[in-house]
Design a protein around this ligand. Structure first.
Ligand SMILES: CC(C)(COP(=O)(O)OP(=O)(O)OC[C@H]1O[C@@H](n2cnc3c(N)ncnc32)[C@H](O)[C@@H]1OP(=O)(O)O)[C@@H](O)C(=O)NCCC(=O)NCCS
Length: 202
């Protein structure tokens, strides 16, 4: 069911559900039973796989490939040419050389939580969870779960800092508290790889 703005060159399956305020741009493809929430933008040439649910306010940039069964919570940013894989040990053929069909392999997904961003050309190798408000640097290859608010870069991606909701790197004070330079919101480490917003922000 399509009620959003879909460019005539886009290929949107009849069974895809597109919210009224969503936009699908030139040559993008949205597969069967995929769901696009309110204000979602799917850029030129991007691909949204079968049954993928894209939360409200997500932005999927040009030529990104979101293979099912990826999950995108609300407010997720997928940069240009990002790839979310779905086959951990890919083969085109079975051991006997016959072509693999959909029944010959088990898809696994990338699960991206609220507000997280995936930088340009990064690859997330499923199965993997990208935590809330995490930030994956451009060109990274993510092979293990990323904690909430983590900034990760490189191949394989490793954490190099923490980001707040505004996206800017947090700054650590002498008291060990992390502060966002853009919003002054404060965060504290509750375990070596676990950051949480302080209750005063609520
Ligand atoms: C990850 C990112 C947010 C870090 O920004 P930053 O905090 O200003 O980072 P810095 O430049 O201070 O770099 C911090 C460290 O990470 C490294 N680094 C930063 N970005 C990197 C990347 N994409 N890949 C590999 N290493 C990276 C730096 O070399 C530096 O390492 P060092 O401390 O050993 O010298 C930024 O580099 C990035 O990739 N942003 C995404 C941009 C993007 O794709 N936008 C999409 C819309 S077009």
């Amino acid at each position: 069911m399509t009620s959003g703005t879909v460019h005539p060159s886009a290929d949107v399956a009849d069974s895809a559900v597109i919210a009224a305020t969503a936009k699908v741009w030139h040559y993008a493809q949205v597969r069967e039973d995929a769901t696009l929430g309110e204000n979602v933008i799917v850029g030129r040439g991007a691909y949204v796989g079968t049954g993928v649910q894209v939360g409200d306010n997500c932005k999927i940039q040009n030529y990104a490939l979101v293979y099912e069964p990826a999950k995108l919570a609300a407010g997720v940013f997928i940069g240009p040419a990002v790839v979310l894989t779905n086959d951990h040990f890919p083969r085109a053929v079975n051991p006997d050389g016959t072509p693999k069909s959909a029944h010959d392999w088990e898809p696994v997904g990338v699960d991206i939580r609220e507000g997280a961003s995936i930088g340009a050309s990064a690859t997330c190798v499923a199965p993997v969870v990208i935590g809330r408000w995490a930030l994956v640097g451009s060109g990274s290859v993510v092979i293990k779960d990323v904690p909430d608010f983590a900034i990760v870069v490189g191949s394989p991606a490793r954490r190099v800092g923490w980001a707040g909701r505004a996206g800017e790197p947090l700054v650590k004070g002498e008291d060990g508290i992390w502060t966002c330079p853009a919003t002054n919101t404060r965060y504290r480490e509750v375990a070596p790889e676990e950051l949480e917003e302080m209750e005063e922000n609520a």
